[in-house]
Every structure is written in structure tokens, then in C-alpha cells.
Design a protein around this ligand. Structure first.
Ligand code: NAD
Length: 338
């Protein structure tokens, strides 16, 4: 029998997780929630996902738009094994008690604090820590990006210390609140929260981070300096990422000079929604000097966490004990690494 999944919050992350769940043969989408009868609510219906509203007083607005509502979130929790909570950052906390009362498991996203679940998730680094867990949290897009490249480096070579600067996208492409059009805005609270967030997955790693918000919507860019435990060559660094399907090497020399080119590549590859779920590392921007490694990576904020949600479901629902087998299954179904 397939695992029954609900999605609370069919927005940027929620709609992508719904598509990814629907692409698996061992889980299915039982329903998704919306708060307003937006175009996304119409799209959810067109995809065939039963639509639920977060609160009963929202039903009338949907019916006025001719959208069939199956019930409320309270009804949906009674029909699923696990809820992927993809509500805006800080909102998930309010639903934790509802999930607990309904006796279902739930995955929260990176906009919530680690404490909401007590365990945070990355498929490569700590798949087993969420095994059978009632609650877990898939870390943010930036943290996922940092862990994807740092964990294999630490495992294969050893990492003494990391300092990273995160050039953050100002807003998601469809976000019409956004950030300043002509300004770079440094995070003044230092070091930023990204380092401690990486430590929720890799508590042993010595990492500090800074961040700058920039007027772009496409991707985040990370500038990483890592002091390694031994002197290595660039080829050893590449070897550490060799089997990591969710890290993809790109080349500036071949025209992938910036995030715009990577987004174009995603479209050329016919990736759904133009998403790029791998972390893109510039192969020709890797340099080792003594024991110090320098590299750049780009993170597609809207999609890198999506495969992590699928693997997290498998770990929490005890569906696949072997992390690498779950990762492979997810990646094959989503075209990652092709
Ligand atoms: P979003 O605003 O695009 O979507 C949120 C969805 O939740 C919308 O469908 C909205 O209608 C719904 N919603 C709003 N209030 C609600 C409520 N009270 N109850 C139920 N549903 C409600 O947000 P998002 O970007 O998808 O972010 C979701 C989570 O994922 C956040 O924790 C965020 O930090 C995290 N995240 C976002 C990104 C990103 O770049 N967008 C990347 C990684 C992680």
C-alpha cells in the first residue's frame, strides 16, 4: 500500500513537493490545502489533487470561484499518514499540535526552527536520524546547499573549518514583495544563522557564515572557503563529489558563467518548472592552496529541498532503510543527475 501524503500549503515549495510525491510509486498525494482561490488552487484541481482549505470560513470564497473543496485541513489530517507542512516560515509551529492530536507524522520546512521537530534532515548526511520519527524538518535551501557539498568533503578528506559568504536572492521569481531593485543589503547580525543551521545536521563542523541580499530572483550563490585536514589536489576534491548525484559540476568555460545560464540549462534540459534540484559547483572555480579550498556554488532555492522531502518521508515512514537506495529512487523519478 502506498504511503498517504498531505501537503499543507500549496505554494512555491508545496506544489513542487506534491509533483515529486506524485512521481513516486510508493507514496501518493491525498490532498493539498490552499487559503485563497488563486490560480494555484485551479492548477491543483487540474493536477487532480483533492483540494482542502486551511480554515472552514475559507470555503465560501472557493465555491464562489467554482472550485470544488473536499473539506478542511482538519478533515485532511484524518486521511493521511504524513503531512508535508509547506506553510510560510513560522506558520507551521501553529499546526504542530493539530498533527500530534491526529496521530500523524509531519515534515516541517527550513522556515521553522530546529526545535519544532528536534531533528533536521539531509538525505546524504543524516537519513537515519529521522527513521520512524514523528516530526522532522527539512533544512532551508541554503543549508541544504552547504551540507550537500560539505558533508562529502568532510567524509572523504576532513574539514577543519569553513567560512562561507551567501549572496542571497532578494525574493523568489513570483514574489511581488521582493527586495530593493538597486541595492546590496548585508545581514548585520553576524555570524548569520546559516552556520548554526548546518550544525543541526553536522554538529561537529566548525562553520561561520555571512550573507548579502542581492537584487536577483534566480538562485543563491555561495562563496566557500574550507580549511581541510590535509593537503589535497583539486582532483581529490572533485573525487569527493563524484558519486554525489545532487551536486553537479558546471563550467564557466563552457558558457555557464552565472546563475542565469544555469537556469537556462534547466530549461534546455526540459526540467519541470525550469527547476534545478542539484547544487551547481563551478568546476573551473575550484582552487586549493595548501590545505585551503576555495569554491563557488549556486543553489536553486525553489527546488533543491524537494528531493530531500521525498527521502525524509521514506525515512520517517520506515519505507527504505538504505539512504543511498532512497536517494537513487528519488533521483531517478525526478531526473536528477541526468
Ligand atoms: P509560499 O508563500 O510560496 O507558500 C506558502 C503556502 O502556504 C501558500 O500556498 C499559502 O497560501 C499557504 N498558507 C499561507 N498561510 C497559511 C496558513 N495559515 N495555513 C495554511 N496554509 C497557509 O512559501 P514557500 O516559499 O513555499 O515556503 C514554505 C516553507 O518552505 C517556508 O518554511 C520556507 O522558509 C521554506 N523554504 C522556502 C524556500 C523558497 O525559496 N521559497 C526554499 C526552501 C525552504
Amino acid at each position: 500500500m502506498k504511503v498517504r501524503v498531505g501537503i499543507n500549503g500549496y505554494g512555491t515549495i508545496g506544489k513542487r513537493v506534491a509533483s515529486a510525491v506524485a512521481a513516486q510509486d510508493d507514496m501518493e498525494v491525498i490532498g493539498v490545502t490552499k487559503t485563497r482561490p488563486s490560480y494555484e488552487a485551479h492548477l491543483a484541481c487540474a493536477e487532480g489533487y483533492p483540494l482542502y482549505v486551511a480554515k472552514p470560513d475559507q470555503v465560501a470564497a472557493f465555491e464562489k470561484e467554482g472550485i470544488k473543496v473536499e473539506g478542511t485541513l482538519e478533515d485532511l489530517v484524518g486521511k493521511v499518514d504524513i503531512m508535508v507542512d509547506a506553510t510560510p516560515g513560522g506558520v507551521g509551529e501553529a499546526y504542530r499540535e493539530l498533527y500530534e492530536r491526529a496521530g500523524i507524522k509531519a515534515i516541517f520546512q527550513g522556515g521553522e526552527d530546529h526545535g519544532i521537530a528536534g531533528v533536521s534532515f539531509n538525505a546524504y548526511a543524516n537519513y537515519k536520524e529521522s527513521w520512524g520519527a514523528k516530526f522532522s524538518r527539512v533544512v532551508s535551501c541554503n543549508t541544504t546547499g552547504l551540507v550537500r557539498t560539505l558533508y562529502p568533503l568532510d567524509k572523504e578528506i576532513g574539514v577543519e573549518r569553513v567560512s562561507a559568504t551567501i549572496v542571497r536572492r532578494g525574493a523568489d521569481p513570483s514574489d511581488n514583495k521582493g527586495s530593493a531593485l538597486n541595492s546590496l543589503e548585508p545581514s548585520l547580525k553576524l555570524p548569520t544563522h546559516h552556520g548554526p543551521d548546518v550544525q543541526t545536521i553536522m554538529p561537529w563542523i566548525n562553520i561561520t557564515t555571512m550573507a548579502v541580499k542581492s537584487p536577483t530572483t534566480l538562485m543563491h550563490l555561495h562563496c566557500v572557503i574550507a580549511d581541510l585536514k590535509k593537503e589535497v589536489k583539486e582532483s581529490d576534491v572533485l573525487a569527493a563529489w563524484d558519486d554525489v548525484s545532487r551536486v553537479r559540476l558546471v563550467s564557466g568555460k563552457r558558457g555557464l558563467k552565472g546563475t542565469a545560464n544555469i537556469m537556462e540549462l534547466a530549461k534546455d534540459l526540459d526540467r519541470p518548472r525550469g527547476d534545478f534540484m542539484e547544487i551547481a559547483v563551478w568546476q573551473d572555480g575550484i582552487k586549493v592552496v595548501g590545505k585551503t579550498l576555495y569554491y563557488y556554488q549556486a543553489v536553486h532555492q525553489e527546488s533543491d529541498v524537494v528531493p530531500e522531502n521525498i527521502d525524509c518521508i521514506r525515512s520517517m515512514m520506515k519505507m527504505e532503510p538504505d539512504a543511498s537506495r532512497s536517494i537513487k529512487k528519488t533521483d531517478t523519478s525526478l531526473g536528477i543527475g541526468e
